[in-house]
Design a protein. Structure first.
Length: 136
């Protein structure tokens, strides 16, 4: 029994350095090692406010709504995924478009309006967006 306890203690002593060697330190957020705090700027908006927003075309027809926002490795918006077609959520398909292809404005009630220069037919004919589950 005594040899089992000594053997277990020796094993645990050897395991601790092994765990320490696999630990990766967190990168410093700033040169001083302190987090960089952020303040909201007047021209910014939350992604959560964009998701679900309807998209209209230049003829003021509703053509879809924002289902998802894709960020690039640099943290900037790479694309928006727009649900197009369908009725009451049935038959909708997703298309990806560059965020720059949307024009943002506000209506008379200060609601966000997203406008794309495309017809309903053009969006319905766009390649369907499919998530590649092997990448995140």
């Amino acid at each position: 029994m005594k040899s089992t306890v000594i053997g277990l203690a020796a094993l645990l002593t050897l395991a601790v350095p092994a765990f320490a060697q696999t630990t990766t330190p967190l990168p410093a957020a700033s040169p001083s090692g302190q987090p960089m705090w952020y303040s909201h700027q007047a021209d910014e908006m939350r992604a959560s406010k964009l998701i679900g927003t309807k998209v209209v075309n230049t003829a003021n027809e509703t053509v879809g709504d924002i289902n998802e926002i894709v960020l690039g490795k640099d943290g900037k918006v790479a694309a928006v995924i727009v649900g197009v077609g369908g009725f009451l959520g049935m038959g909708e398909r997703e298309v990806a478009m560059s965020f720059d292809s949307l024009r943002m404005s506000r209506d008379s009630n200060n609601n966000l309006v997203l406008t794309v220069n495309a017809t309903k037919d053009a969006l319905n004919g766009a390649p369907e967006w499919r998530w590649d589950n092997t990448k995140k």
